[in-house]
Design a protein around this ligand. Structure first.
Ligand code: NAD
Length: 512
């Protein structure tokens, strides 16, 4: 393996303070509290942020509820104007907010910027949507009647987000929720409190420009899981969109179900790509490298399982092993770095444990070593490529780290069975130039995931499509297409403009 002399990482505290100044966030937010604002780049603390307790949530929900009652009667295109202004604010701070994502979540700069771009994109989408919240008019069996659907605002939308998309997930939910006439309460990850504060500041600037947004329309509720749980349990929160691990989803889903609230669950993935004999291997190597090593393996859509036809496996593995040995791991602020740090020690420990389990199951590991960057509190790893005898053990779980397991296959049915043979169902892809294989993969008998791609990796979705997955990924859908419907309530209206009262299905009920 190529051993690189890494540049020592440091200086994140000064960078964080400088970027907060530029983003208009008062440094006093770091004056003390329960949440440590820490950069995974050097493990250094920038300060501490005050949290709420579960007991504080009720007052916030009531404030958001009052705001929603006023907001729901504002015409939707006018609501869209607020989201347009939010998009403008985000454009103005794109570079600095992207840098803060890098500092707080450890993403390389272009991915930090890409995440903010995703926020801008969903704002644009939501602005257009604000003039297209349409319902159907349906043929009625009764003369002199009209049957139609109307869509109405829902109420307070709770958003619980994960560390690895510290800003985009809020915007996917908030931009849609706001144009749909709802208010929003956001419980961000306790690992990324500063990006949340910067986003809230951008929202408040947009609201000030808008002029008439009710107070409490979008509330930030920093805290630990208990704050999220208080949102989940609150009767005035009809919808909770929760992004995070399947473990979190298992705690949240039954509580929401117990009070018949709506859930949009965006949980863990265990995403695969199939590489068929006809694949363009150059393209496949590039697609696999980004999907498996990008974001240091910390995307929900990260490629974790590679299912390769035995005819091309050796060639592909040679190419991939070379890429894994040479990819630049290090400070995500430096040009050329493609793999930044893991978020924390727990994440590193999870990777070590999974690699040990893979070896015990007969796997051969390339890479996976810790990379020294001169700070014991930062966790950098060389991504691991693990050739497995079959799909078993740690391959069936999501380890939130850059591990790519590889198994071989003989025919497409077997490959699809392997792809579907895990509890999670988020993202999938196939590399093939055979039209029959591509179509089979996307057919009802193909991939069982919410995302099924052809000739690109499973990660890096655009906001125009609905995003989410099946099985243990939770079944939620966010972002584009008709995902907005989850943020509204549907009413079916029958209007009688005749002088008689025919009953449906020919029922007679004549009271003389
Ligand atoms: P996590 O589950 O540890 O935490 C996510 C959020 O849930 C945090 O804000 C946390 O405070 C909150 N939380 C935890 N327990 C809770 C409870 N009982 N009640 C209410 N809130 C609770 O996840 P993480 O480590 O921050 O993020 C990584 C995970 O998120 C991975 O599994 C990844 O696949 C998943 N993820 C999924 C998607 C998707 O769209 N499917 C997107 C991003 C991340």
């Amino acid at each position: 393996m190529r051993e690189e002399a890494m540049t020592a990482v440091s200086g994140t505290r000064d960078d964080v303070l400088a970027v907060l100044d530029r983003l208009g966030v008062d440094r006093a937010v770091l004056a003390g509290g329960d949440i440590v604002a820490r950069s995974p780049i050097d493990g250094g603390e920038a300060g501490r942020v005050t949290t709420l307790s579960a007991a504080d949530v009720d007052a916030l929900v009531r404030k958001a509820h009052a705001a929603q009652l006023a907001w729901r009667v504002v015409p939707a295109p006018r609501r869209g104007e607020l989201v347009r202004l939010l998009g403008e604010e985000l454009r103005a701070v794109r570079t600095d907010l992207g840098l803060l994502v890098t500092l707080e979540a450890g993403k390389i700069l272009s991915e930090g910027l890409g995440e903010v771009q995703e926020m801008i994109d969903i704002c644009d989408f939501a602005v257009g949507l604000s003039r297209q919240l349409y319902g159907l008019t349906i043929a009625t069996e009764r003369p002199g009647h009209r049957l139609m659907e109307t869509w109405h605002p829902l109420g307070v939308c709770g958003v619980i987000s994960a560390f690895n998309f510290p800003v985009a997930v809020w915007s996917w939910n908030a931009a849609l929720a706001l144009v749909c006439g709802n208010s929003v309460i956001w419980k961000p990850s306790e690992k990324t409190p500063l990006t949340a504060i910067a986003v809230q500041a951008a929202f408040e600037r947009a609201a000030a420009k808008f002029g008439s947004a009710p107070d409490g329309l979008s509330i930030l509720a920093q805290g630990h899981a208990d704050v999220g749980q208080a949102l989940v349990d609150h009767p005035l929160v009809p919808l909770v969109s929760a992004t995070g691990s399947t473990r979190m989803g298992r705690a949240v889903a039954p509580r929401l179900a117990a009070r018949f609230a709506r859930a949009i669950l965006e949980l863990g993935g265990n995403n695969a790509a199939i590489v068929a004999p006809s694949a363009d291997l150059e393209l496949a190597v590039r697609g696999i490298a980004f999907a498996a090593m990008g974001t240091a393996g910390q995307r929900c859509t990260t490629l974790r399982r590679l299912i390769v036809h035995e005819a091309v496996a050796d060639r592909l593995l040679d190419r991939l092993a070379a890429a894994y040995r040479s990819v630049k791991v290090g400070d995500p602020r430096e040009a050329g770095t493609l793999v930044g740090p893991l978020i924390d020690k727990a994440s590193y420990d999870g990777m070590v444990k999974a690699l040990a389990a893979a070896k015990a199951a007969g796997g051969t590991v390339i890479g996976g070593d810790r990379v020294d960057v001169g700070s014991g509190d930062a966790y950098y790893v060389r991504p691991a490529l693990v050739v497995m005898p079959d799909q078993a053990g740690p391959m069936l779980e999501e380890t939130f780290a850059p591990i790519l397991y590889v198994v071989r296959y003989r025919d497409l049915d077997q490959a699809i069975a392997l792809q579907n043979g895990v509890p999670q169902g988020l993202a999938s892809s196939i590399f093939t130039t055979d039209m029959r294989e591509a179509e089979t993969f996307m057919s009802p008998a193909g991939s069982d995931c919410g995302i099924a791609n052809v000739n690109l990796g499973p990660s890096g979705a655009e906001i125009g499509g609905a995003f989410g997955g099946e099985k243990e990924t939770g079944g939620g859908r966010e972002a584009g297409s008709d995902s907005w419907k989850a943020y509204m309530r549907r009413a079916t209206n029958t209007i009688n403009y005749s002088r008689s009262l025919p009953l449906a299905q020919g029922v007679q009920f004549d009271i003389g």
